[in-house]
Design a protein around this ligand. Sequence first.
Ligand SMILES: O=C(O)CCC(=O)C(=O)O
Ligand SMILES: [Fe+2]
Length: 369
Amino acid sequence: MATVADYRVQPAPHAVVPIDATFVWRSDLIDYTRHDAYADLVSAAGWSRKMAALAGYASRFALLAAKRVVHYEMIPTEYRNGRSLRDRLGFIGVAARNALGFVRKAPRRTDAATNPAIGQLDTQGIAVLTMPLARVTQLMALAEPYFERLAARRGGTAAGRAFEESRSTTDRTSSPDLFALIETIFDESGLSIAAADYLGRPARLIDVNPQINDRSDSFWRDIFGDLRGRTLPKTAYYHRDASGGDLKVIIYCSDVGPTNGPFSYAVGSNNMVISRIDDLLCEANDHNGLAATDLAARRRFAALPAKLRQKGSFGNDLPDDQPESARIVGSTWQIVSPKGSIVAFDTKGIHRGGMVEEGERRVITCVLG
Ligand SMILES: O=C(O)CCC(=O)C(=O)O
Ligand SMILES: [Fe+2]
């Protein structure tokens, strides 16, 4: 068994200027009444469109609020997807415990000296570790069949593939070996303790999702499809996840260079200030399809009341000449790193990845909740 010392922790590049609590989210951070892709749609929205947009928003918002009450993302996949009575009861049990606040609290640890990932998650929102070679080999062998199946499935859906089609889901019941090895890796590297320390509760491995990206993924490039000749903003695809708040761990299963879609994180953006309600309003649009950039989605988004015009996936909309854009760019850590790198991050920080220009990137994305 390897130990914490066998996992090297990478420092952030010196050039990075971290974001801190002076980065404050406002509901009008992006002024859609002046945005070139939205302004006309905002002024053209009549009463019927406004009422329809609000009604659609409200119903999805209610569903999302219910999910947040039961901490839906912290419920294991096999319970969320399972149809048997045992799975249903498991789901109800965990949901009830979460809703009633029976989530065990983990004490804050102070052994950051022996486990650098602890301090890094706090200050940066991200920690990058390197796995020992023997573990890389073992994991690659175990993950190979999952990647092969995924590659075959992707072959059939090249045109206009949505992001989620690049990812396959597994669960603890059908993939016990993969879950067990990844748990061993997280335990021996100190990542499980670091995650528990950061979240303030024991962190469970919830999801393990092998993912392949290559040039044929155009979800990040094909934005504002109706507006010809528009250049990509500097913060294109930058977003905060709509997952309610958890840690993700992306394990590189191929060498990732600058053109292979490296994961990128705005260092310190986990410490930006955003109110709970604005965060929830953002999440609602990410869930109800109104955060997309096609004309139909923008038309509906533009018809919402100003306070509801907020997105977790805001990077596509952020104008380059706004100071926040420069701060995100200046704080960016692009994780260019070999196979076997482990990238753990707070999903409520600002991040992007998988924007492949050349070759192929294979990763396993895990959720610790
Ligand atoms: O694929 C990546 O590098 C990042 C995707 C992402 O934003 C996520 O998993 O939350
Ligand atoms: Fe994300």
